[in-house]
Design a protein around this ligand. Structure first.
Ligand SMILES: Nc1ncnc2c1ncn2[C@@H]1O[C@H](COP(=O)(O)OP(=O)(O)OP(=O)(O)O)[C@@H](O)[C@H]1O
Ligand SMILES: [Mg+2]
Length: 301
């Protein structure tokens, strides 16, 4: 199985949402990481034939996916970012309905639905109405509907939004299981969602693929770019203006900063072992603004 993207571009008016993206994917898990507006959804919608590229092509085993048309879509499962459902349908009714839309024969559909409810841990809520489910349960139903037709290619757009930490762990295990015989592409802006399960990580920014590789490769490229700097409060503000700072920790009268920089930021800076989180911030963060936002991974003052 080979899904190949060549010089793909999608323009909306003057702006390019996806700009000259090329990459080749096989069986396994691909994690598409990027901040809001990076172009992840647009790229995925093209991979699902829902949006036509302005330029470039996508082929599956050498054939153009838009020419393959329904034949390609039969191989495809998709969880959209904005996942629509029918609030008064029960989980079971909803999955039967989607099975019918996907053209599954009723006997096959019934068996497959039961199988999936079990696999997804949804058997107990199968008679519950969709509107009564928790966010995590709804996401699970979303994934279930995407794999009803046992697709070779599974595209999940921000599948972990709204999941609690336990659900995230369950989700990661599920994806690893699903990827056994499939190509799974999932988008997220949470590094830990893909750090351990993605075979390849694709870092997307402003419509472009900035960097791709295994988690280890991306981390290795950060060597000699992560520094521990112990500074006074005054020096810290200056440092945060100049550099991307991944973390700040009080150290007696001073502050300990985790500085991301290609050059040694100060003479007594000590090199630290990089993480994927560092890489994400290094490529996507902007110095003071990232800090001011105080995201979940920043130890603030
Ligand atoms: N239908 C559209 N018409 C006009 N502009 C669009 C359309 N869809 C997306 N865009 C623009 O393209 C860019 C990329 O959007 P896209 O939704 O692909 O990003 P994203 O990485 O999925 O972001 P998010 O993390 O917020 O979901 C944005 O600037 C967005 O405003
Ligand atoms: Mg999106």
């Amino acid at each position: 199985m080979e899904l190949e993207i060549k010089h793909l571009k999608k323009r909306f008016g003057a702006a390019a949402a996806v700009d000259d993206v090329s990459c080749t994917m096989h069986q396994g898990v691909y994690g598409l990481l990027g901040v809001n507006g990076a172009g992840k959804t647009t790229l995925m919608r093209m991979l699902c034939t829902l949006v036509h590229p302005t330029a470039g092509e996508i082929t599956y085993n050498g054939r153009d996916i838009f020419e393959m048309d329904a034949q390609y879509r039969n191989l495809l499962g998709y969880l959209p970012q904005e996942f629509g459902f029918y609030p008064d349908f029960t989980v079971e009714e909803y999955l039967s309905y989607i099975s019918a839309i996907k053209g599954l024969r009723p006997a096959v559909a019934g068996k497959r639905t039961r199988e999936l409810l079990r696999q997804m841990g949804l058997s107990e809520v199968r008679k519950k109405k969709m509107k009564k489910l928790s966010g995590g349960m709804k996401r699970r139903v979303g994934i279930a509907q995407a794999i009803l037709n046992d697709p070779e290619i599974l595209i999940l757009d921000e599948p972990t939004v709204g999941l609690d930490p336990n659900e995230r762990i369950r989700f990661r295990n599920l994806i690893s299981e699903l990827a056994h015989e499939r190509l799974v592409l999932l988008s997220t802006h949470i590094v830990s969602d893909v750090e351990y399960i993605a075979d390849q990580i694709l870092l997307m920014k402003d419509g472009r693929l900035m960097h791709s590789g295994t988690s280890e490769e991306i981390v290795a490229a950060m060597e000699e770019r992560v520094w521990n700097c112990v500074v006074s409060h005054k020096e810290a503000s200056e440092c945060m203006r100049r550099y991307k700072v991944a973390n700040v920790k009080p150290a007696q009268e001073q502050l300990m900063l985790r500085v991301l920089s290609a050059e040694k930021p100060m003479a007594d800076a000590v090199e630290l072992e990089p993480t994927l989180e560092d890489a994400f911030l290094y490529y996507f963060g902007s110095p003071a603004q990232e800090f001011a936002k105080g995201g979940e991974h920043h130890g603030l003052l």
